[in-house]
Design a binder for this molecule. Structure first.
Ligand SMILES: NC(=O)c1ccc[n+]([C@@H]2O[C@H](COP(=O)([O-])OP(=O)(O)OC[C@H]3O[C@@H](n4cnc5c(N)ncnc54)[C@H](OP(=O)(O)O)[C@@H]3O)[C@@H](O)[C@H]2O)c1
Length: 306
């Protein structure tokens, strides 16, 4: 099969397009013929070696949408020809490929009417946003949340979900993406190049930070006493608050069928729509990574594989 893979860690130029052996469905697994796979912020971090893998070569990529092409022993709830989408298990890469083997139990049926490209774009970002907003921050109707990095994939889903739950949403973005985040439902938009969010926002019930670094560390300042903040771009541990009356949390992102079905239901009910997508071929993986690593774009970058 064709795949975008690496044989060593390094810059975008280490991404190669070529042949890797076809995967085989082990017991409990399916092989998915991948139609689309998305680029996530973690992928370039894997590429540079931040999450060590032991065996080269390996294809990058964590989420995918496609059609079941083979079924391993013991799988009785999926069959060849089913359209599915999902996220590989934590620590497993390999979705930038024409085929991927994955545990059947963590794959879900793709909703009818949701194109493969959009299903791939929504998978990991959706699971991450749902984990942060619903399970970790437990956002309630009427609360106010600051979502840092509103034009990104995870944050774009989070804005829509928070609005769906009845919260008021403030978000940060560059001026070029102001209309985009407004369209997702943001009530108040801060151009982070023109305004320091700490000067503009106060008394929030919750913060969801997808930017990391200094932005994450300074986010505690906008919380009311008793407020809580969730962080996904600060590594495995959330940053330590500089005050003792707020909570700092790191959402776990469970790979399982149930949250994917919840995501599908949010899409089908119209609560969440797919992000703006920029399409690439697998042979253009290095270009996609250059843009992803720049961290300044809108929505999601997605490989159209078939
Ligand atoms: N399971 C997990 O824990 C998990 C899952 C997915 C992602 N993540 C992490 O979450 C982070 C977000 O990922 P992502 O894929 O949604 O997006 P991303 O690709 O990391 O970020 C892109 C967005 O960030 C915005 N941005 C950059 N600097 C900003 C700033 N200073 N203030 C506000 N916005 C800023 C950009 O908007 P502008 O162009 O307007 O600047 C762009 O739209 C990444 O670090 C990723 O590794 C973690």
């Amino acid at each position: 099969m064709k795949a975008a893979f690496i044989e060593r860690y390094g810059g975008p130029e280490v991404l190669q397009y070529g042949d890797l052996p076809d995967p085989v469905a082990a017991p409990g697994e399916v092989v998915v013929d991948v139609h689309a796979a998305s680029v996530n912020g973690a992928d370039w971090k894997v590429r540079v070696g931040q999450y060590k893998q032991t065996k080269f070569p390996f294809a990058l990529g964590r989420d995918f949408s496609g059609v079941v092409g083979a079924v391993g022993a013991g799988v009785d709830d999926l069959k060849v020809g089913d359209a599915v989408f999902g996220v590989l298990e934590a620590g497993q890469e390999g979705a930038y490929a024409e085929k991927v083997a994955v545990k059947a139990a963590i794959v879900a049926k793709k909703p009818d009417g949701l194109p493969h490209v959009d299903a791939a774009a929504l998978a990991l970002t959706g699971l991450t946003a749902m984990s942060a907003i619903e399970d970790t921050l437990k956002l309630k109707p009427g609360e106010t949340i600051l979502i840092q990095g509103g034009a990104g994939g995870v944050a774009g889903f989070a804005i829509q979900l928070a609005k769906h739950l009845g919260a008021r949403v403030i978000t940060t973005t560059s001026a070029a993406n102001r209309d985009y985040v407004r369209g997702l439902g943001a009530d108040e938009i801060i151009d982070y190049n023109a305004t320091d969010f700490i000067e503009a926002v106060t008394g929030c019930d919750a913060v969801f930070d997808t930017v990391g670094g200094d932005v994450a560390a300074r986010s505690f300042a906008v919380l009311r006493p008793g407020g809580r903040a969730a962080f996904i771009a600060s590594g495995a541990q959330p940053p330590q608050p500089d005050r003792d009356d707020v909570t700092s949390l790191r959402p776990p992102v469970r790979r399982a069928r149930r949250p994917l079905e919840r995501l599908a239901q949010l899409y089908q009910s119209g609560a969440v729509r797919p992000p703006v997508v920029k399409l690439y071929r697998l042979s253009e993986a290095a270009d996609a990574h250059r843009l992803s690593e720049s961290r300044h774009f809108r929505g999601k970058l997605v490989f159209q594989v078939r």
